[in-house]
Design a protein around this ligand. Sequence first.
Ligand code: TMP
Ligand code: MG
Length: 289
Amino acid sequence: MIPELSNPSVCMKDPQRVQKVLQSIAEAGANKLQVISDFDMTLTRFSYNGKRCPTCHNILDNSRAISSECKQKLADLLKTYYPIEIDTSLSVEEKLPLMVEWWTKAHDLLVEQKVRKDQLAEAVHESEARLRDGYEFFFNHLHKHDVPLLIFSAGIGDILEEVIRHFNVFLSNVKIFSNYMDFDESGTLRAFKGELIHVYNKREGALLNTGHFQELRTRPNVLLLGDSIGDLNMADGVQDMQNILKIGFLNDKVEERKQTYLDSYDIVLVKDETMDVPNAIVLYLTGNK
Ligand code: TMP
Ligand code: MG
């Protein structure tokens, strides 16, 4: 049906279910569809030329806005907590307090650095941040068909916005839920706004944003894209959901995590740095137009 589903990176536990869901969503039409996507390592690349690509946090951590001493502390946090984030031997309940700890410590360090609002664009311009190959089609096609795209990120909203602006895809159908910085009158970071979003509380984040999902209640079909097990909860606020198709990028620790991903995502993309499969799917869901 969709030739890209035979790409070597594609793994599916139940291809027949995938076909059925795709068909139902396509038949209902683009005006019944909404797309919900994670950002870091889902819309952005995991690696490029053998080197890891930065997350929103990393973009800032590696920039001139941060002292070298603080860079070391942030790197140590990453070294401690990232293996926990992706550890399959721990339950989400066990990881939860540790993730809150990671985000809280990292955000406290950023506040201590007195980051200025005007340093963010430079940090992004000088970074190695990269969206996945084929991102232009993905964003532009959803925009062309007026399909809302919610980017739901545990990263930093201000940096995320700067990245998609930098790549010219901050289009009118894009909405963002993320951690936003709170600057004082002089433009210096003093805190983060609202409830903290980390990788494993996206369900709570979704339920806090009922207004958005209320507005989209006439769109009961969902295409979800993520790279973490926590991303599976991003659609928990969707009202009157009829169909959902979940695409998961499996970037790291493939062998240990493959079965878990196959059990939770409908389509698993193994070490695939492109948007080829999501693009083929959105094209199909909009009647190949
Ligand atoms: P996402 O929800 O857009 O994927 O963003 C979350 C990612 O951010 C998650 O994979 C861990 C990463 N992260 C860092 O790289 N550095 C940090 O200091 C923190 C708190 C998170
Ligand atoms: Mg991610």
